[in-house]
Design a protein around this ligand. Structure first.
Ligand code: 13P
Length: 261
């Protein structure tokens, strides 16, 4: 992949077409005086906004990502989106295995593994999300759950392909999504909690893939915002952020980007 810090904005199903265009234009203006050459930034709008957002990004170093895609290439799969089409729309990245896909839409790691291979075959870089729920953490299973998601989702991926993969560690309990959080509270991971799990993921990757496991970018996701981004990004095993809510507003997202510079 890259030794660069990677900051991604996942807009989920929160911005429509006009709002996405407005947000990306605002982001371009807010970042225009920043030298982004030392980092990588992407935004992931909804499928229906990809084309317009790509057009707006043409002269910008900011890259385009999709939030999901099909495990198939083409055919009788009503409602599905092919990696070929994402590529032709200008996507460089695709987010796969987000916890909202796993939990709400029942995506298994086996399915995500098929999508990972399909994306890599079609020259899309993968942002593979993993993370444990509050219950899994409370029952002492956080390492087991993340290791299982990694090993199944990456089955058959070789060390050379790792350069086209980012792992986003997103503890489900830290995601700013009240619908998924039983307490209704927003609880970002502390830097200590993030560091512990990033070290675990890094060690898993190195023990599985050898030295290439050290090169892979590990993003943290879950209520990253201007107030905690700098501290989280200063952790050696945190190489970027996958930002939800705070990426919707260009000024807030720009503050997070600045923390990575
Ligand atoms: P929040 O930043 O809103 O917690 O969302 C994180 C996320 O799910 C990014 O993929």
């Amino acid at each position: 992949m890259t030794n660069k810090v990677v900051i991604g904005g996942n807009w989920k199903m929160k911005l429509g077409i006009d709002e996405s265009i407005q947000s990306v234009k605002g982001l371009i203006v807010a970042t225009q005086n920043l030298d982004l050459s030392s980092i990588e930034v992407f935004v992931a709008p909804s499928f229906v906004s990809l084309s317009d957002v790509f057009t707006a990004l043409k002269a910008s170093p900011i890259k385009l990502a999709a939030q999901n895609m099909s495990e198939y290439v083409e055919g009788g799969y009503t409602g599905e989106i092919s990696p070929k089409w994402l590529k032709s729309l200008g996507c460089e990245y695709v987010i796969l295995g987000h916890s909202e896909r796993r939990r709400i839409f029942g995506e298994s790691s086996e399915l995500i593994n098929k999508k990972v291979h399909n994306a890599l075959t079609h020259d899309l870089k993968v942002v593979l999300c993993i993370g444990e729920t509050a219950e899994e953490r409370a029952s002492g299973r956080k390492e087991e759950v993340n290791a299982e998601q990694l090993s199944i989702s990456l089955k058959g991926v070789n060390a050379d392909q790792l350069k086209n993969i980012i792992i986003a560690y997103e503890p489900v309990w830290a995601i700013n999504s009240r619908g998924l959080n039983p307490t209704g509270d927003i609880i970002p991971a502390t830097p200590t909690q993030a560091e512990e799990m990033h070290n675990f993921v890094r060690n898993w990757l190195v023990s599985t893939y050898g030295e290439q496991g050290n090169q892979i970018c590990l993003q943290y996701g879950g209520s990253m915002q201007p107030s905690n981004a700098k501290e989280l990004l200063s952790i050696p095993s945190v190489n970027g952020g996958l930002v939800g809510t705070a990426s919707l507003k260009p000024e807030e997202f720009t503050e997070i980007i600045k923390s990575a510079l």
